[in-house]
Design a protein around this ligand. Structure first.
Ligand code: NAD
Length: 531
């Protein structure tokens, strides 16, 4: 390993990550087999390390260990569990250089995108630490017969939560879903994408260092179509983030197993620039909305609709700003846009752009791969005159490509924005926040940001985040993000002995039921009269 590393460019780029460290992370995964999967650094297309290709039996073993460890974790107080999470957040901040380097090496993303991603961890930890005790506290509900009976609901952890995460935000997306599950008293088994497993393994190591008991945060690595289904067959809730296509398969399997699932899927997010928007501010802000993480962001805008009264000035300002973006792969803060994850993603982007051009689109900026910068780098690209039926307009490209379309007015912008089976994130730019919120109310999307691309929504961790339509089911963040990992249980108690009409009451039961019907009817009339 050391001999090989001497020839690798990535080892010269970082002092914080070594091949030996990656080998140690890989060894954390318990496997009975010897098969491995190679992981490479997209920025250079060089080998980074390898991870076990876990079998179904390995996954079963991981869930068994998690289930055993979970009993002791659940019986700890919420404050105790939250204290571990707090130390974990501190460690993530302390070890940020190592995590940022690792994240960049695994994904090829720009440093600033990696830093944005890392900020998400302490945000989520602090938030769920603060609402955790209230979320899991039992509560009184209205009894069946006020005074005679009482009702109490308790919120128990569901058990072992399975997390399946994608490669685009391997740090934030693992943690955003793991933290509330752990605070609620569950154990988790995380299956990271096979292209980006090391950050997930580093997080599990930091959790253990923070005092997390062995087995409570397990990581299984391997091929998605082997490890994913095996995981869903053994856990109690599956929180999946990934493509709509895989999400459907996950939902089917969860349905068969009668377990609950939350699905954070793809999008084809619209962005609307209204006629009262400040052109310069919008052009600068929209850059972030489209090109963060080289557009490999589920919340990124891919379709921009601009009121025709300011289409030309907006187009010119936006195209200028796009051309000014720096594409780079260094482990520093200099570049705006990094690499795509691999050759398949680069081909997908190129195919979408080529088809758009064939069907009439004009390239206003970008449109070229940049092998001089990195093997999978692609320029931030702005298209105009895109055929509404072109793939780039209808499907998620998941790359640094956006189309610009003029629209006659606000109503047409809303109609165009809603013309999609997806509904993950949308964005509205306007000089009036009230108008922005009114327009936002009419856009069919799980999140809509006004005068911002996605951060105002994503970083509001107290608010639920998720998609409608083909973009998913369920929500992460907010009280909803922890409620999905809790099983509500009702305990009803009678203070007056057994309820109901006693058997053997014979014809007297008719009068008892009649009395109840009349009392209920009178109560309803009284309520209507009081209203
Ligand atoms: P993907 O669906 O191919 O893979 C996601 C995860 O599922 C990976 O860990 C993969 O190994 C695993 N997997 C693959 N086959 C599986 C199977 N049969 N059963 C269970 N798991 C399986 O997605 P991707 O292409 O890697 O990720 C990009 C997609 O994720 C985009 O569509 C993007 O929009 C979406 N995404 C959504 C959100 C969100 O919050 N809504 C966030 C990030 C990414």
């Amino acid at each position: 390993m050391d001999q090989r590393s001497a020839t690798l460019a990535w080892t010269n780029a970082t002092n914080a990550v070594s091949p030996a460290q990656l080998d140690a992370l890989s060894e954390r995964v318990a496997t009975a087999g010897t098969e491995t999967i190679d992981v490479s650094a997209p920025a250079m297309d060089e080998p980074l390390g390898s991870i076990p290709a876990c079998s179904e039996a390995d996954v079963e073993g991981a869930v068994r260990r998690a289930r055993q460890a979970r009993s002791a974790w659940t019986t700890r107080s919420v404050a105790d569990r939250a204290a571990v999470i707090d130390r974990f957040a501190d460690l993530v901040l302390e070890r940020r250089t190592m995590l940022l380097d690792l994240l960049q090496l695994e994904t090829g993303k720009a440093r600033r995108t990696a830093a944005e991603e890392l900020l998400d961890v302490p945000l989520n930890c602090s938030y769920y630490r603060s609402i955790g005790p209230e979320a899991v506290a039992s509560e009184k509900r209205r009894g069946a017969l006020p005074g005679a009976t009482s009702a109490r609901v308790s919120y128990d952890p569901v058990g072992v939560v399975g997390l399946i995460s994608p490669w685009n935000y391997p740090l934030a997306l693992a943690v955003a879903d793991a933290i509330p599950a752990l605070i609620a008293g569950n154990a988790v088994v995380l299956k990271p994408d096979e292209k980006t497993p090391f950050v997930a393994l580093a997080l599990a190591t930091l959790f253990a260092e923070a005092g997390g008991p062995k087995g409570v945060f397990e990581v299984v690595t391997g091929e998605g179509d082997v490890v994913g289904p095996a995981l869903i067959d053994h856990i109690d809730h599956i929180a999946f983030t990934g493509s709509t296509e895989t999400g459907r398969a996950v939902a089917e399997r969860a349905g068969h197993n009668l377990i609950d699932c939350s699905l954070e899927l793809g999008g084809n997010n619209p962005l609307v620039v209204l006629d009262d928007a400040d052109v310069e501010t919008a052009a600068r802000g929209v850059l972030q909305a489209c090109f963060s993480n080289a557009g490999q962001l589920c919340l990124a805008a891919e379709r921009i609709y601009v009121d025709e009264s300011l289409y030309e000035p907006f187009r010119d300002a936006f195209v200028d700003a796009t051309r000014g973006l720096t594409v780079g792969t260094d482990l520093d803060y200099e570049s705006d846009v990094g690499s795509l994850i691999d050759g398949a993603q680069l081909n997908r982007v190129e195919d979408h752009v080529a088809e758009a051009i064939e069907t009439g689109a004009t390239v206003l900026a970008g449109g070229q791969r940049r092998p001089d910068v990195g093997p999978f780098c692609y320029e931030p690209t702005v298209l105009a005159d895109v055929d509404p039926d072109a793939t780039v307009a209808c499907e998620e490209t998941f790359g640094p490509v956006v189309s610009l379309t003029p629209v006659p007015d606000e109503a047409a912008a809303i109609e165009a924005a809603n013309d999609s089976p997806y509904g993950l994130n949308a964005s509205v730019w306007t000089g009036s926040r009230d108008r922005g919120r009114r327009v936002a109310d009419r856009i069919e999307s799980g999140t809509v940001c006004v005068n911002d691309g996605y951060i105002a929504g994503w970083a509001a961790v107290d608010g639920p985040m998720g998609g409608v339509g083909d973009s998913g089911l369920g929500r992460r963040h907010g009280p909803e993000g922890i409620a999905r990992y809790l099983e509500p249980r009702l305990i009803g108690t009678s203070r007056v002995g057994p309820l109901g009409v006693p058997s053997g009451a014979g014809s007297a039961s008719k009068w008892l039921f009649e009395g109840m019907f009349r009392a209920l009817g009178a109560g309803r009339r009284l309520r209507q009269w009081v209203r």
